[in-house]
Ligand binder design. Sequence first.
Ligand SMILES: Nc1nc2c(ncn2[C@@H]2O[C@H](COP(=O)(O)OP(=O)(O)OP(=O)(O)O)[C@@H](O)[C@H]2O)c(=O)[nH]1
Ligand SMILES: [Mg+2]
Length: 319
Amino acid sequence: MSLKLQSCLHTRNTRAGLSMLSFRSLSSHAASNRFHQQPPKSPTVRAFPTSALSYHWDTLPPTLAQLSHAAKFFKLQPPTFLWSAEKFKTMDFGNSPEVCFLGRSNAGKSSLLNALLCKNIAHTSSKPGRTRLMNAFAVGGAEDNGKNRLVVLDMPGYGKGGRAEWGTQIMKYLEKRKELKGTFLLVDAEHGIKKSDQQLLAMIKDIGIPYQVILSKADKIVFPGSRTPSSQALEIRLTELRRTMESVKEAVQPNSEDDGGAVGEVVACSSEKWIEGKRMGIDEVRFAMLRAAGLEYRPNVPLARPVEIVPHEEIFGYG
Ligand SMILES: Nc1nc2c(ncn2[C@@H]2O[C@H](COP(=O)(O)OP(=O)(O)OP(=O)(O)O)[C@@H](O)[C@H]2O)c(=O)[nH]1
Ligand SMILES: [Mg+2]
């Protein structure tokens, strides 16, 4: 492991603990920086093959009903800011399932959270190192009783702009937090998995928490210019995206017999690009979050009637 990441993830922090941000300061930020919940008026790409935005090698793609349920879960239930903590030990306790977003600084974690939660609730910046605390938001369910309520954590990034003490606290969180049901590792689709991501992946595998890689900023690969691409250009770019997804699979699950805690799929998304009235891949990430927490829509499939198993000998005799 590189010394840089090792120190980023393991150096002990001696500075004092919790820093509570008031909800007011976050909501006033949101008000001054309106979040677009409706698609912009710019032309969108028709007949885009949405299925090309995810690669499932061990899972089934969500059904339309599951995607629609996931979209409604987040769109119809405005998020609430819960707390910000600098240290693991000063985090509030909770009874609801949690998922968290990890990744290199500037990978787009806070922007993605805003897109998922339909509100400009997390601070974003073009400069790496913007998110400095572990920030928790709740969606759904008025009470913290784990029923139909999801807690989502935006984490500080690692790599350029990251700090050693952030890594220490994040590792403690990953190791000890009982409510944590799933970790989403955000990887910039343009850059692919870097060494520091691989080092974090190795640590996540050691801890044994379920995790899934999400490719962020997929618009930069699929729609690099402002013009709508020709179908031929689109095909070439989607092939490039697929190659990046396959390299993610290689990194997370080199041994096809052992998933090492990885969810067997990669989803590519964009917090900025809209296609046919939806942000690219966002409903698929919403579904993955709900599934990690056990809150996804599961259709009622009638169970087959139990069948009595009659031994062969009873029918055909023992002779
Ligand atoms: N093109 C494009 N840019 C994006 C997307 N998501 C985020 N960005 C840009 O990437 C930059 C970083 O975004 P953030 O969401 O602040 O990244 P972060 O991972 O939270 O960064 P830290 O808090 O510093 O760790 C900002 O300039 C965003 O506008 C996306 O889907 N597409
Ligand atoms: Mg951030």
